[in-house]
Design a protein around this ligand. Sequence first.
Ligand code: ZN
Length: 141
Amino acid sequence: MNDLRYNFTRLFDGRTGLDTLSKTTAKIGLILFLLTMLTHSNIVYVLALIFAAYTAWRVLSRNYQKRYSENQKFLSMTSGIRRRYNTFAFDVRNCITKARQRKSYVVFKCPNCKQKHRAPRGRGKIQVKCRNCRTLFIKKV
Ligand SMILES: [Zn+2]
């Protein structure tokens, strides 16, 4: 087992490994393989194989300098898209979290300063002390 791990580590010695470009081509390849299963299209299948082979070739490549500059080029070419995607992914996560909170929490405003508060749903009448203006008020949750 240790031998196997050793050999596995050795395999990647001095190789490029998974950089962002390889991760992206790997994901595209995977999506294309899934599409192949859905569409049974030969063209999609060949494209999937090309992406898979290209990814494997880049990961195992010993010309680290060249792969590195390819990756840098890819990063600068796609920085706009990746930033937009990250913002989008963040918004989606934010939305899901908020929806989940709405389910188990009640959000209400302080009657005095409009500071937002939240409390677990189903507690009945609770006394709330506003953390902003220190007003005490009763809220049914
Ligand atoms: Zn307040």
